[in-house]
Design a binder for this molecule. Structure first.
Ligand SMILES: Nc1nc2c(c(=O)[nH]1)N[C@H]1C(S)=C(S)[C@@H](COP(=O)(O)OP(=O)(O)OC[C@H]3O[C@@H](n4cnc5c(=O)[nH]c(N)nc54)[C@H](O)[C@@H]3O)O[C@H]1N2
Ligand SMILES: Nc1nc2c(c(=O)[nH]1)N[C@H]1C(S)=C(S)[C@@H](COP(=O)(O)OP(=O)(O)OC[C@H]3O[C@@H](n4cnc5c(=O)[nH]c(N)nc54)[C@H](O)[C@@H]3O)O[C@H]1N2
Ligand SMILES: [Mo]
Length: 762
């Protein structure tokens, strides 16, 4: 059987006469993602990179021409010419400046297959030539992932152990979703969603009588349950709302003092703050109402219902992708602890239901196949979202998770499988910083902005064009993802590219270990087989797995319940926090002495939100959320994404009254701007979004004109490039204020998908 594993699902490629005609969802998937419909046209689109290419100025003057980066056209060259050039640049930079001058972080989702995972290939390759400056953390979970080990346990582990949907169906009464429960996001899992479960599970919960509360500025964040209660709070105010609920619990004696005493530390200190003993301000429902825009009586009523029901408190990851993003996660954990239901089969804390398919999917997690990356002798690192700061400030010091680190001096940037001009904030600032390195090498499949802002571009294969293994922890299947069509143009696998570079640098054998692709697939599968056996999962031998095309992992013996063992016996099964318990007060974090992240959860007004002075100038809060029609920027050129555009631009959701006040009608092109930048988008009007809030999906390919106006709708031209706090330095994209106006100028054509290739001389 031939399957292809993609992050948004498993498909059977329909190939006629060597051409891909379509992708049929795997037969077992009850709720396949429509994104698969973008692939057949997508992989042969004109924006596919056909041949290696070098920026014109770079061919002439190498690094001295770097001011032309992102503006100049490219000249197509042979693979030999391109690889010689890359090898030369790597050798030159290592010799002159040391390996820490190479930034090889290469953040991004690349493709689902675990062997051809581009970022892993790059890391392994760079390690064989002496290492590189790397990144820690993710854009997904910057603040949350740094906070969690201090107060609850490692996020990577916790996200895989979430209480199964099937358990919630039986035991939960009330599901309170901060950020809603948007099933558009459960289309994907990192490494490949296999059987989509969230929508079916939510429907069954609703039928079983579970009540849903959607605490989000946007109604459609919980549109799977028609009678869900919608409480449209102000963006960025969730911590205040949770504090208001917590205060109400204490005022009514509804908090679970036994749970707090047995399973947590530091509640007393937090309670002093909650009641206003430390700062004179009780965080009561009236106080919270003024900050959140939700009435005090509604907050009080919610507190009573939460205490009287089996309640799941869930927070979307978007809440922590914000200034002070640690606080909503920490406060949600604190609130759930006060309710005393953590570790029960229907209540407690959820950190990401509705963010990915794997959360709550209920399969026993084991560590699947992955490419060993070797050892990186270079110790220089950045938290992933500090890339622009790093490029602009070599030698400067910064805080991170209790450490004082120094930005390295980067001369060469190497990227494969990610798109910084999609994912990073304040893109005009990134574009300026991007002129500093002497050399930028990118492997890409398509002419994204990441490729256009490179010096040397090497064309990579897609998942359809190579053999691989799709595997995501917590998913139901692992997939033998088989080549369906030949590589398009001159595209090559990232592995083959790295191997040939390693050859030129004299380390081919160390990089490949003498293995072919098939031998590597067998090898990494066998390694994961041993890890699976350790958690009592028996995988078939490789050849059997490969011939079958997929393997269904067994359901666990008991339904997963997050922190069940800890609840049963906190001494026998302590958490990995310093105290072994839930840390409502963290002595360790307090010891770091960061005013923007003190020792217990607090409300601190962010610099950018509707309550800030800045809102006088930029009165709308812009949410930049995950796209329904694609994964980030991937296949933005495909039909599923293209059909969703408005006047060729990315749709932006505006409140009908906000639009009327600005004489904006549905379908108008609008200019969205602040003092960092501006972009065009297509207006969609609704009463399902709180007045004063606008929402746009991320992922429209960056398409700046000469003056820096993005013609297409990439929100990252207006988002702030600051760390969530000194603790995590995480991405804070959600803390963004803008103004919107109708765009009456002549509409500039979209050029995002045009290949920047110089026509050969005639
Ligand atoms: N404003 C705002 N910004 C955000 C977010 C937000 O909420 N708001 N969310 C953030 C989050 S959570 C994330 S995870 C990031 C995502 O940011 P990215 O992961 O960087 O986004 P992708 O578009 O998935 O980029 C992957 C790129 O890899 C290429 N690619 C795919 N497969 C291969 C391969 O096999 N080889 C090579 N060489 N290339 C390949 C694709 O063509 C694509 O361009 O964005 C972040 N940015
Ligand atoms: N289809 C699709 N699915 C995806 C992805 C994709 O690109 N496409 N990306 C995947 C990735 S990499 C990740 S990390 C996850 C991300 O998962 P999330 O970070 O949870 O996803 P978002 O869509 O950014 O945010 C969810 C909702 O939170 C709401 N929200 C934003 N700010 C606030 C706030 O301050 N308060 C409240 N209460 N609500 C707020 C927004 O209305 C938004 O719709 O999604 C994954 N799923
Ligand atoms: Mo993410």
């Amino acid at each position: 059987m031939t399957y292809t594993a993609m992050h948004w699902g498993v498909y059977r490629p329909r190939v006629v006469g060597g051409t891909l005609r379509g992708m049929d969802p795997a037969e077992w998937d009850a709720d396949p993602s429509p994104i698969g419909r973008s692939i057949a046209d997508g992989i042969v689109a004109p924006c596919r990179i056909g041949r290696p290419a070098v920026r014109e100025g770079f061919l002439r003057a190498r690094g001295a021409s770097r001011g032309g980066r992102g503006r100049e056209r490219f000249v197509e060259v042979s693979w030999d010419t391109a690889l010689d050039l890359v090898a030369e640049e790597l050798a030159r930079v290592c010799a002159a400046h040391g390996n820490s001058a190479i930034f090889g972080g290469s953040y991004g989702w690349s493709s689902a297959g675990r062997f051809h995972h581009a970022q892993s290939q790059i890391h392994r390759f760079l390690n064989t030539i002496g290492g590189y400056t790397y990144h820690t953390d993710t854009y997904s979970l910057g603040a949350g992932r740094v906070l969690l080990p201090h107060v609850l346990g490692p996020m990577d582990d916790i996200q895989l152990r979430h209480t199964a949907w099937s358990s919630l169906e039986k035991h939960c009464d009330l599901f309170v979703g901060f950020g809603g429960l948007p099933t558009r996001n459960t289309q994907v899992s990192s490494g490949g969603a296999t059987a989509h479960v969230a929508r079916g599970a939510i429907a069954r919960m609703a039928r079983a009588g579970v009540r849903f509360v959607n605490l989000s500025p946007v109604r459609h964040d919980l549109d799977d349950v028609p009678d869900a209660e919608w409480l449209p709070l102000r963006p960025g105010s969730d911590t205040a709302l949770m504090l208001g609920i917590a205060h109400e619990l204490v005022a009514r004696g509804l908090h679970d003092t036994n749970f707090l005493a047995r399973y947590t530390v530091g509640y007393e200190r937090f309670e002093q703050y909650l009641l206003g003993v430390t700062d004179g301000q009780p965080k009561d429902a009236r106080w919270a109402a003024a900050l959140t825009g939700i009435e005090a009586a509604t907050i009080a009523d919610l507190a009573v219902r939460m205490a009287g029901s089996c309640t799941m408190v869930n927070v979307a990851w978007s809440l922590q992708r914000a200034m002070g993003g640690e606080q909503p996660f920490w406060m949600a954990i604190t609130l759930a602890a006060m309710l005393g239901q953590i570790g029960t089969p229907g209540g407690g804390i959820g950190l990401g239901y509705g963010c990915m398919n794997m959360i709550g999917a209920g399969r026993r997690p084991f560590s699947g196949p992955r490419l060993p990356q070797g050892v990186n002798p270079v110790k220089a690192l950045i938290p992933v979202a500090r890339i622009t700061d790093m490029l602009l400030n070599p030698g400067a010091e910064f805080d991170y998770n209790g450490q004082r680190l120094t930005y390295p001096d980067i001369r060469l940037v190497y990227w494969a499988g990610g798109n910084a001009f999609h994912h990073h904030q304040d893109l005009n600032r990134l574009a300026r910083a991007w002129r500093w390195p002497e050399t930028v090498v990118v492997h890409e499949q398509f002419w994204t902005a990441q490729a256009k802002f490179a010096d040397i571009v090497l064309p990579a294969t897609t998942a359809l064009e190579r053999d691989d293994i799709g595997s995501a922890a917590g998913e139901r299947f692992i997939i033998a993802s088989k080549q369906a069509v030949p590589p398009q143009g001159e595209a090559r696998d990232d592995f083959a590219i790295c191997a040939d570079l390693a050859e030129r640098l004299g380390v081919r054998e160390r990089f490949t270990e003498g293995r072919s692709v098939r031998q590597w697939l067998t090898h990494i599968y066998d390694q994961s087989r041993d890890r699976a056996t350790a958690v009592r999962v028996e995988l078939p031998p490789f050849e059997e797995f490969w011939d079958a095309g997929s393997f269904e992992l067994p359901a666990p013996d008991a339904e997963p319940v997050l922190l069940r063992e800890f609840r049963a016996d906190p001494k026998a099964a302590p958490l990995s926090t310093p105290s072994g318990r839930i840390e409502i007060f963290s002595a360790r974090i307090a010891g770091f002495d960061y005013e923007d992240c003190p020792g217990h959860p607090v409300w601190r007004a962010p610099d950018e939100w509707l309550g800030a002075e800045r809102a006088d100038t930029f009165p709308l809060h812009l949410l930049s959320s995950q796209p329904r029609t694609r994964l980030h920027g991937q296949y933005d050129h495909g039909p599923v994404s293209q059909q969703s555009k408005v006047a060729g631009r990315e749709p932006i959701l505006l409140n009908a009254a906000d639009a009327a006040a600005r004489e904006i009608a549905a379908g108008d092109v609008v200019r969205v701007f602040n003092d960092r930048g501006a972009f065009l988008a297509g207006a969609v009007l609704s009463d399902g979004i709180r007045p004063g809030v606008a929402q746009i999906a991320t992922g429209a390919w960056y398409d700046p004109d000469e003056r820096g106006l993005d013609k297409h709708g990439n929100p990252n031209v207006v988002t702030p490039d600051v760390g969530a706090s000194r603790l995590s330095q995480g991405c804070a994209a959600q803390s963004t204020l803008v103004e919107v106006e109708r765009y009456d100028g002549k509409l500039p054509p979209i050029t995002a998908y045009d290949p920047p290739i110089k026509a050969p001389p005639s």
